[in-house]
Write a protein that binds this ligand. Structure first.
Ligand code: AP5
Length: 216
């Protein structure tokens, strides 16, 4: 099973994709997390991605496509995956479709999480993430048990450098111009499931689970 999570920056894709991957026992592949991990490790990929991420623009598609397809074809991605932040434009969507078709596979559902701009800004300005495992927290809505430390792995929490006002504005512009057209694209092929992303994490999770036909 392959599920894509689509939505604007801060819509809750990472939060909900991680929940769904756990419930369905699928690997969670988040392109933004992969770039941030590469950056933390100081790899060539991380160094290449850094300036694009800081500016809030997309990393060139071929770099991103190669990185994500490598994870999809890894042994733990064979049974399916929850994709978060990828694809992000038509070029990436077509490359994904082609790569899956070559293995006799296809995308099952695309979960589009819809959230107002006001709520997006509130979520991004209060977000803290774990430097090690990338789990997101929110001050004051969903803080960790011990301030500054990740509940899951004890890693240090930090605020993303691209969550500044200027970078968020740019990310929202890029989302409208390049990623939002995917809503129509997947709608036309009958794969899109639109979810109201406002409300608590648990409420949104229940809506997604119901829309996907319950936990399988
Ligand atoms: P990426 O990391 O993918 O960032 P994004 O798409 O901007 O999305 P976010 O991670 O900001 O938000 P989210 O929707 O995952 O929300 P979250 O669950 O964290 O990409 C970063 C950069 O990498 C890009 O700008 C680009 O440069 C590059 N990149 C990545 N993928 C790429 C690609 N495919 N092609 C090219 N470049 C690419 O939630 C946000 C906050 O809200 C958290 O604090 C969370 O705790 C809180 N929250 C979540 N749900 C709720 C709720 N229901 N109620 C209250 N708070 C909530």
């Amino acid at each position: 099973m392959y599920i894509i999570f689509l939505g604007a920056p801060g819509a809750g894709k990472g939060t909900q994709a991680a929940n769904m991957a756990r419930k369905l026992n699928l690997v969670h592949i988040a392109s933004g997390d992969l770039f941030r991990q590469a950056l933390e490790q100081g790899t060539e990929l991380g160094i290449k991605a850094k300036s694009y991420m800081e500016r809030g623009v997309l990393v060139p598609s071929q770099i991103t496509i190669d990185m994500v397809l490598e994870h999809i074809s890894a042994p733990d991605g064979e049974g399916g995956a929850v994709l978060d932040g990828f694809p992000r434009n038509l070029e990436q969507a077509e490359a994904l479709e082609k790569a899956l078709a070559q293995q006799g596979k296809a995308i099952d559902k695309v979960v589009y999480i819809k959230v107002s701009k006001e709520e997006l800004l509130k979520r991004l300005s209060g977000r803290w993430i774990c430097r090690q495992c990338q789990t997101p927290y929110h001050a004051p809505d969903s803080p960790p048990r011990v301030w500054g430390k990740c509940d899951k792995c004890g890693g240090e929490l930090y605020q993303r450098p691209d969550d500044t006002e200027e970078s968020v504005r740019k990310r929202l512009e890029v989302y409208s111009a390049e990623t939002a057209p995917l809503i129509d694209y997947y709608g036309r092929v009958g794969k899109l499931v639109e979810i109201d992303g406002e409300g608590s994490e648990a409420e949104v999770d229940r809506r997604i689970t119901a829309a996907l036909g319950g936990e399988r």
